[in-house]
Write a protein that binds this ligand. Structure first.
Ligand code: FES
Length: 126
């Protein structure tokens, strides 16, 4: 199992208005679609983990890419449907980049537009 991990908040919702239109929770929808697509892949895939809130609830949907010794990318305002293919493409790029530094020009549009924060990796411990 890859140490490269994609965290997805499964509790993210947009607003009370949105809730009345559908019973599906957008964060759970996003997680389920990513899980379904990753299960179909025959390549090494990112480890998908559900998270119950990352504290950025007003910016739903929220996801984060993280791995030891790599940059952490936190993405916000993701569509639970339209962002899936770009997140999968970035997953492959992130796994391939030893330090997580996927060149900006190569990132899928969703990742360029929806970065909430990029965090440095922790320094190595002796
Ligand atoms: S409910 Fe998704 S970040 Fe809080």
């Amino acid at each position: 199992m890859s140490q490269d991990t994609l965290l997805v908040c499964i509790l993210c919702r947009f607003s009370e208005t949105q809730l009345s239109k559908t019973e599906s929770i957008p964060g759970q929808m996003l997680f389920d679609q990513l899980s379904h697509k990753l299960a179909q892949s025959d390549q090494e895939t990112i480890t998908l983990r559900p998270v119950r809130c990352m504290g950025a609830c007003s910016h739903a949907c929220i996801a984060a890419f993280m791995a030891p010794n790599k940059l952490t990318f936190i993405l916000s305002q993701l569509s639970p449907t339209d962002s899936v293919s770009d997140l999968l493409e970035f997953s492959r790029q992130y796994i391939a980049a030893s330090d997580g530094k996927v060149p900006y020009k190569d990132r899928p549009a969703t990742v360029k537009q929806n970065i909430h924060a990029v965090l440095p990796s922790l320094p190595h411990q002796p």
